[in-house]
Design a protein around this ligand. Sequence first.
Ligand code: NAD
Length: 334
Amino acid sequence: MIKMMKIMMFGVRDDERAAAKEWAEKNNVEVTFSTDILTLDTVEQLKGYDGVTTQQSIKFDEGVYERLNELGIKQIAQRSAGFDMYNLEQARKSNIIISNVPSYSPNSIAEYAVTSALQLVRKTHLIDQKVKEQDFRWQKPIMSREVKSLEVAIIGTGRIGQITARIFKAFGCKVVGYDLYPNEQAKEYLEYKDSVEDAVKHADIVSIHMPATDDNYHLFNEDLFGAFKQDAVFVNTARGSIVDTKALLRALDSGKLFGAALDTYENESIYFPKDCRDKEITDPMMIELMERDDVILTPHIAFYTDIAVQNLVEGGLDAALSVIKTGTCETRVN
Ligand code: NAD
């Protein structure tokens, strides 16, 4: 009898189980769930397994790689695009292939970026408040701008940036963009500018879609916000570290920015995506972002749709199975 392959899914959330069960049936693989994260202690659960997928968000205990090797496991399949929590070199030395899921639903993030920009521009969050107060008057503070007449700047025109640009274009907006490496296809729906400053100068909405690198740490600082058009709306569904939050708050206080939608925040890892209902929030900047009417703060949730979760689960399990069967996988990063 042929032995059934066994893959352990670490850090599993309830919403991932259905997609994993379906995948297991389709691929004739036994998939076991563990809500634990993968550490030197929990790695022992993998005795007798062929592969592992996980969803690590904190730095990895480096002893895990060698222990996996000893247990005969050849890979770790991360169920996210980011893989900065792994020491790729250390993993390679222990013959462990690390893989990610590079693109699981760029539409989900793009749609969310547009949604939160529209909320701010059309002031739906303020209108909601008025309705709750039973104040149903049409009045200046809740009169909004027409989206079609606005200019939008997309900074970072890769997978997500391009979809965001296309959606805004469909509204009839003028769309400009900036990228270190302009994309030929993107020129169909946006006009490239030569610098970030040029791109933001006349934009009513600025939406950022680039990865966090050493070079763009706090790229959006006091000087750059100073170059924005008066009353612009700023949207960050990319990475918190790209934005100097103090400078952003000053730009909101001075009235330079009309509002900001932040799905990511530079010090988010203490809080996102955790249940903090019984916890005191001690970060004063985070408290301010949560309390302000001109900021929509959300817990790194732009990706979180049915399709994205399914693609992440399947992407992780596919990568694990591919390494088990062929010794490698298309999404390996080391
Ligand atoms: P991508 O690699 O397809 O595109 C990124 C683009 O940014 C590339 O074209 C690159 O040339 C450009 N770029 C890099 N550095 C730049 C800089 N300093 N200035 C201008 N352009 C620069 O990536 P993607 O799949 O479109 O993802 C974009 C970002 O979205 C990711 O890096 C990630 O940070 C973020 N993201 C967020 C969520 C969420 O839930 N909020 C989920 C997934 C991804």
